[in-house]
Ligand binder design. Sequence first.
Ligand code: IMP
Length: 195
Amino acid sequence: MFDPSLPLSFVTSNPHKFEEASFTAQSFNLSLNHAKQKYSEVQADSLEEVAMSSALNLLGSIDPPFFLEDAGLFIPKLNGFPGPYSSYVLQTLGNDGILSLLSPFPDQSDRQAYFLSVVAFVSDEGVRLFKGRVDGFISASARSKGHGFGFDPIFIPNETPDFTFAELIPSEKNHLSHRSIALTSLFSYLSTVQS
Ligand code: IMP
């Protein structure tokens, strides 16, 4: 059972993720508490494994209910790279490195990509995972109007083929994003188990 009068914590050190999640929560009349905590993530082959293991590790130090999220950018032409290694790849190669890897492939069909988000919700009843995916393609160059973070300057969602995520205002990104899809699924579930 979930009591909507209790604060629901989102454990993340990323202020952009918290802002995006709060935006989605508002439409469910939920307010989130920002548990600004860094936690170690296992290196695993799937986001589900990473999210599940992080949730179980945090269980001892944070009182439920809380949730965390693990996300990644997957590029089929690169066999799914960077996928679960997205954070490390962004820090090391950066967006320019991804653009270089794709430079031999100018056709949009070769530049398809998707973001996945896995949200792990922890309650007294255990851990539940919720997922979201948004499909699009990698732009020819990094483009931003100062919005977003991470890979947003090189990711163009199929729904807005002229704009990268970083060129969309936050409410537009939130309308389409992998994170908002996963969170909408979590918040819809919570509305069915309210005590
Ligand atoms: P994390 O492990 O969930 O923090 O994300 C893995 C990497 O993907 C990090 O480098 C993030 O900056 C990046 N990332 C996660 N979500 C997004 C997004 O919505 N847009 C752009 N990059 C993202």
